[in-house]
Design a protein around this ligand. Structure first.
Ligand SMILES: Cc1cc2nc3c(=O)[nH]c(=O)nc-3n(C[C@H](O)[C@H](O)[C@H](O)COP(=O)(O)O)c2cc1C
Length: 193
C-alpha cells in the first residue's frame, strides 16, 4: 500500500485550501492509498534555518512523514500572487532531506493545488508549486488544480462546486496511481539541483 502525505492549508479555521487538500486525499485513499494530512498548525514551524540542526517536534514529524512518502499532495492558497509563506517555509525544510539516499523527494509523484479568490492567484500558486516540485526532483502530476474559492464555494458542509470537486479528486487519483506503479523511481538521477 502506498503512503501519501498531504501538505496544505492556512492557519484560518475552515481554510478552503485545507478543505481542497482533504478532498484530494480522500480520492487517493479511495484508490487504495494510506494517507495523512499535515495542515495548518502542523506546518507552523520556525523559519527554516539551515545552520541549526535542532528541529521542532512538528517539523521533525513533517520530515519523518515525507521520508516515508510514496507520493505527496500540496495545497497552497494564493497570497499576493504566490504561495503562502507558511507553505513555502514548510517546503524549505525539505532541504534536510538533501543528504538522504533518496535526495529531497526524488522521483515521487506530487499533486499540486492552488486555491485563491481569483483565477490569477490560483494559477500563480499552482505554477509556483510545480516549479518547487521540480526543484525537489519530484514529478508534478499531469493534472494540477487551480481552484477558485470565492464566497460560498467552500462552506462548513464542504465544496459546493461539482467541477472543483472532480478536479481535486483527479489530482488525488493521479498521485495514487503513479505512486502505486513505482515506475518513476526507475529514472536515472541528476546530481545537480
Ligand atoms: C495575505 C493574503 C493575500 C491574498 N492574496 C490574494 C491574491 O493576490 N489574489 C487572490 O485571488 N486572493 C488572494 N487572497 C485570498 C486567498 O487566496 C483566499 O482567501 C484563499 O482561499 C485563502 O485560503 P484559505 O481559505 O485556505 O485560508 C489573499 C488572502 C490573504 C490572507
Amino acid at each position: 500500500v502506498s503512503f501519501i502525505v498531504g501538505i496544505g492549508g492556512t492557519l484560518r479555521p475552515g481554510s478552503s485550501s485545507e478543505q481542497a487538500l482533504a478532498i484530494s486525499l480522500r480520492a487517493a485513499a479511495a484508490a487504495g492509498a494510506q494517507t495523512v494530512a499535515l495542515s495548518g498548525r502542523a506546518l507552523d514551524f520556525p523559519f527554516y534555518d539551515p545552520g541549526v540542526p535542532e528541529r521542532s517536534e512538528r517539523a521533525a514529524a513533517f520530515l519523518a512523514a515525507l521520508r516515508r512518502a510514496d507520493g505527496v499532495i500540496i495545497s497552497s492558497p494564493g497570497y499576493h500572487g504566490a504561495i503562502s509563506g507558511l507553505i513555502k517555509n514548510a517546503l524549505d525544510y525539505i532541504e534536510d532531506l538533501a543528504g538522504d539516499p533518496r535526495a529531497y523527494l526524488s522521483d515521487i509523484p506530487i499533486g499540486c493545488i492552488g486555491v485563491a479568490y481569483g483565477n490569477q492567484a490560483a494559477v500563480a500558486a499552482l505554477s509556483s508549486l510545480r516549479s518547487t516540485v521540480h526543484a525537489l526532483r519530484a514529478f508534478p502530476t499531469p493534472y494540477g488544480a487551480a481552484v477558485m474559492a470565492g464566497p460560498g464555494v467552500f462552506t462548513e458542509s464542504g465544496c459546493a462546486d461539482a467541477a472543483t470537486v472532480s478536479g481535486l479528486e483527479l489530482v488525488g487519483k493521479q498521485v495514487a496511481a503513479l505512486a502505486e506503479t513505482g515506475h518513476l523511481a526507475r529514472l536515472p538521477r541528476s546530481s545537480k539541483g
